[in-house]
Design a binder for this molecule. Structure first.
Ligand SMILES: Nc1ncnc2c1ncn2[C@@H]1O[C@H](COP(=O)(O)OP(=O)(O)OP(=O)(O)O)[C@@H](O)[C@H]1O
Ligand SMILES: [Mg+2]
Length: 255
């Protein structure tokens, strides 16, 4: 089943046509990468999918339901997680406190007992869930550190934990390794694989690092000037002359 589908989406900013008749479908359980040069429209397409920005034409379906007009918070609760906006990190809170706050928020809208974070100790099941998630993502050694003192890689991990605390079906990652060292990038790449394999979360991501894309993605869609240039598996994309044209002067064939 396609967990997420975009059909013939147009998006304009004034006279600027940023997305032109873009369609895609993401099978459940896959890692789907959207790539393309700067300004191609990747982030805009993300915003259309998450509901942060409405499209001018076309439709977005999530788990078979037409969500084109559903607001971002509704889509988040329906299972569209992302590592920005919703997943705000509280800088003065510890890793544990950040994760507890996210789990409590989810439990509150699911009408489960959540405890009252600001006033009393978190509920025991909330704490247990937080410890488990933090350990799974590899943050146990910094669990009591304030978020502002985390390394760039650990901060990104914390954003992942917060997004996962909402128990998403799909996790949307806009450039998850941006600004990271090569070692941190590999760590995040492994983490994305584990999130898909062990937690069963479908991943949609944009990424400029082709090594990471070719390592992770089951399907790749190439955008250029708001239009789809190609969509397929790693081999299709690597061997596609139209894609090589888009990336002229850039190395496509490594990894
Ligand atoms: N809020 C906005 N108002 C007007 N124009 C915008 C807005 N957001 C994006 N754009 C324009 O839309 C085009 C696509 O931008 P977008 O951020 O989606 O590209 P991108 O593929 O994510 O680029 P990058 O790889 O640099 O992140 C660009 O020309 C950009 O200047
Ligand atoms: Mg972008």
């Amino acid at each position: 089943m396609d967990i997420l589908r975009v059909e013939e989406v147009d998006k304009n900013y004034g006279a600027l046509e940023v997305l032109k008749q873009v369609s895609l479908s993401v099978p459940a359980g896959c890692i789907f990468a959207i790539i393309g040069p700067n300004g191609a429209g990747k982030t805009t397409l993300f915003k259309v999918m998450t509901g942060e920005s409405p499209c001018n034409a076309g439709n977005v379906f999530f788990q078979g339901e037409n969500v084109t007009r559903a607001p971002a918070h509704w889509r988040a609760r329906a299972g569209m997680g992302r590592t920005f906006q919703v997943a705000r990190v509280f800088n003065d809170f510890s890793v544990l406190e950040n994760v507890v706050a996210a789990i409590e928020a989810r439990r509150r809208y699911q009408h489960q007992p959540a405890g009252r974070f600001w006033a009393v100790e978190p509920a025991r099941e909330v704490l247990a869930e937080a410890h488990q998630l933090i350990a799974d993502i590899g943050l146990a050694t910094v669990i009591s550190h304030a978020a502002r003192f985390l390394s760039h890689g650990d901060r990104k991990r914390l954003e992942f934990v917060i997004a996962l605390a909402l128990k998403p079906r799909v996790l949307m990652l806009d450039e998850p390794t941006a600004g990271m060292s090569p070692a941190d990038r590999l760590g995040i790449a492994d983490l994305i694989l584990r999130i898909r394999d062990q937690m069963g979360v479908t991943v949609v991501m944009t990424e400029h690092d082709m090594d990471i894309v070719f390592r992770l993605a089951d399907r790749i869609m190439v955008l250029s000037y708001g239009e789809t240039v190609a969509c397929g598996g790693v081999a299709d994309i690597k061997g596609n002359p139209a894609v090589q044209e888009v990336y002229l002067g850039k190395e496509m064939n490594h990894a």
